[in-house]
Design a protein around this ligand. Structure first.
Ligand SMILES: [Zn+2]
Length: 119
């Protein structure tokens, strides 16, 4: 994984992971440490990325209320308030819109088989 700080490719993966189980890396060029979520809006959140993304999908796609989402995830063992959901929405929704807008601009990549290679 390239360094999130200087972009160098010379990084080493550390043996220990973050509390949430994300891989940690150390850059051999600048000496700084980072994890898989560094440099993303999900970095430093107390919850796994998949949980936060699922909350955002259900909130934005299915228009579930802030309190309903907090209650639904409480039944699954994740404790957060409706204000947390509101904060995630304010932080992450603009990134989702930008990602969708960028996705429309990307042209489909031809498959390996179409290029004459082995799949
Ligand atoms: Zn670096």
């Amino acid at each position: 994984m390239d360094c999130r700080h200087c972009g160098a490719a010379r990084t080493i993966e550390r043996l220990e992971c973050t509390e949430l189980g994300y891989r940690r890396f150390r850059c051999r060029e600048c000496g700084r440490e980072f994890n898989e979520r560094a440099g993303t809006p999900l970095n430093r959140l107390q919850y796994p990325s998949d949980v936060v993304c699922l909350v955002m999908v259900w909130r934005l796609r299915y228009k579930l209320s802030l309190r309903d989402l907090a209650e639904m995830f409480l039944e699954r063992g994740f404790i957060f308030t409706h204000e947390t959901v509101r904060l995630w929405e304010a932080t992450l929704a603009p990134h989702r819109r930008n990602a969708r807008r960028g996705a429309r601009l990307v042209r489909p990549v031809p498959s390996v088989a179409a290029l004459g290679g082995e799949p």
